[in-house]
Write a protein that binds this ligand. Structure first.
Ligand SMILES: *Cc1c(COP(=O)(O)O)cnc(C)c1O
Length: 393
């Protein structure tokens, strides 16, 4: 069994590029060039330089002593929350902006839901002096005003998506429309391991720096690069893909992917794609997605905007179907409780997305000698208002 992408852009039954004909030139330009450009020494040197000097990598692999004591197992935290802009998303935007530059693109577009990917994109556009346009649902613009202000401060133009439910999927549609109309000078930076091939593979490669570092760091701390468990939350799946990447074929390392159950899988208000999803096509990729009997995409729900997506990337759909990964669904309440607990046991306030990964201890027991690595995908500053409302702080 092979868990990484094949040369046609598939992970088992999932993936591919199901796109309108008008997008062919853009996607095939990318497909032809992404591996070639990103394996040139000049590209690798600049990517590594920026990850080190600008993002602040390598991020620490921190042994969480009090959390380990409480759950009677050995827990390491991969500190992606310490990346510049506060989450893993910038690993991908750095990679893609360098690629765009090498392809001679002058204009960058992106979609964003909560605004985290929009901020990471606006940041690298400022870094490179490229024009930046972020599509965002009109409702999200109101809900996430601090991130809208950040993007503007960084010099980006934020364009409201006014159709449909006025949220992430509508912003994605607007971005695709823009790309079709501007095929030569524009690069579209997708924010997770979703979309048509080559995006899922390209984003996973840029994020794989996370597992490359874990291997080295764990070897020094534990004498082995292999933990017993790798754990990460899954929205589209980019932080999880980065955490799992170097271990996909090392089947002695167990993989746990954590999804948002929202108010509960049975309530119709969740984003638990593996539990509820069926095979279908979303944003150019064959994958698992939440849909009605007649194939309409279901509105997802999660308290964390970053997990509020009706699908998962094709890599994760395949990890689920082949049972390489165990999928666990965590409710809003469980995630919030875990976020508070991590804050008070370790002095680290996580993003609510990340809180989902830490809530597995409410559902699963580990052995005292098990080595766990949890990807701490982002910090919780952006979520303070939600924490304040929830806990009446
Ligand atoms: C965006 C985000 C996620 C979800 O996106 P993935 O592509 O699944 O990683 C998770 N955690 C944080 C902190 C985020 O900002």
């Amino acid at each position: 069994m092979k868990y990484n992408v094949d040369n046609k852009g598939y992970y088992g039954d999932f993936g591919g590029a199901y796109i309108p004909e008008m997008l062919y030139p853009n996607i095939s330009e990318l497909e032809k060039n992404y591996k070639k450009i990103s394996s040139e020494p000049k590209f690798i040197n600049e990517f590594n330089y920026l990850l080190k000097q600008y993002v602040g990598r390598p991020t620490p692999l921190y042994y969480a002593k009090r959390l380990s004591k409480k759950y009677k197992t050995k827990i390491y935290l991969k500190r992606e929350d310490l990346c510049h802009t506060g989450a893993h998303k910038i690993n991908n935007t750095i990679g893609q902006i360098l690629l765009a530059e090498k392809l001679g693109k002058k204009r960058i577009i992106a979609e964003t839901g909560a605004g985290q990917h929009g901020v990471a994109t606006a940041t690298v556009c400022a870094l490179k002096g490229l024009k930046c346009i972020i599509y965002m649902g009109e409702i999200d613009i109101i809900r996430q005003s601090p991130n809208v202000a950040r993007m503007k401060m960084l010099g980006a133009e934020v364009r409201p998506a006014k159709s449909g439910s006025k949220t992430l999927k509508d912003a994605t549609n607007e971005a695709i429309r823009d790309w079709i109309n501007n095929p030569t000078d524009t690069h579209y930076i997708i924010g997770s391991v979703v979309g048509p091939h080559p995006y899922p593979d390209m984003v996973a490669r840029f994020q794989s720096v996370i597992s490359k570092e874990i291997k080295k760091q764990l070897k020094i701390k534990e004498g082995t690069p292999f933990p017993d468990y790798l754990i990460a939350c899954v929205g589209g799946g980019s932080n999880a893909a980065g955490t799992f990447y170097e271990y996909l074929d090392e089947t002695k390392v167990k993989i746990i992917a954590v999804e948002a159950a929202g108010k509960g899988i049975e309530t119709g208000k969740s984003a638990a794609t593996s539990a509820l999803g069926k095979e279908g096509i979303i944003h150019g990729s064959r994958t698992l997605l939440m849909q009605t009997e007649d194939g309409q995409i279901t509105e997802p729900y999660s308290i964390s905007a970053g997990l509020d997506y009706p699908g998962v990337g094709p890599m994760h759909a395949n990890l689920f179907r082949t049972k390489r990964a165990e999928f666990i669904s965590i409710s809003d309440d469980e995630a919030m409780t875990a976020g508070l607990e991590l804050s008070q046991l370790e002095g680290i306030i996580p993003a609510i997305e990340t809180g989902h990964a830490f809530a597995i201890f409410q559902q699963k027991k580990f052995k005292p000698n098990d080595i766990l690595v949890i990807n701490l995908s982002g910090r919780g500053d952006k979520d303070l208002d939600t924490y304040i409302d929830y806990f009446k702080l």
